[in-house]
Design a binder for this molecule. Structure first.
Ligand code: ZN
Length: 128
């Protein structure tokens, strides 16, 4: 199930979205300049363009908030530091799928972060 999805890091994905919003806003505003002969149309294009850029700023703020919640991990695949959002996320550098949940593990995951859970599992087995 997991192998079928090409993972992209969530923070990176949102960042790409915010960046593309800026470009879209600029293209729309450029379109407004092209239509400067029709004043009201130019104005509408400018407003839409400005809104897109403003929205991207909001998205960037949101990324900042998410980054504080993200868990820093070292990628087991490329051993670079990356940030994880949620139970499953991908490495920012090599897109290695990472998971915090042992039940979701299908691929390699950060051993360091699952160590505690493993210890718990071992204890449970020992108790039985
Ligand atoms: Zn990596």
């Amino acid at each position: 199930m997991m192998a079928d999805i090409v993972y992209k890091n969530k923070i990176n994905r949102i960042r790409t979205f915010a960046l593309s919003l800026i470009f879209i806003g600029m293209i729309i505003m450029y379109g407004g300049i092209m239509l400067r002969k029709v004043e009201w149309l130019m104005l509408i294009f400018f407003i839409i363009g400005m809104l897109a850029i403003l929205f991207s700023c909001v998205v960037y703020l949101w990324i900042g908030m998410l980054s504080t919640k993200a868990i820093p991990v070292t990628c087991p695949s490329c051993s670079k530091p990356t940030k994880m959002l949620g139970r499953v996320d991908a490495c920012m550098h090599c897109r290695q799928p990472l998971t915090m949940d042992p039940s979701l593990e299908g691929k390699e995951f950060d051993e360091k972060y699952n160590a505690k859970k493993y210890r718990k599992q071992e204890k449970n087995h020992a108790a039985k």
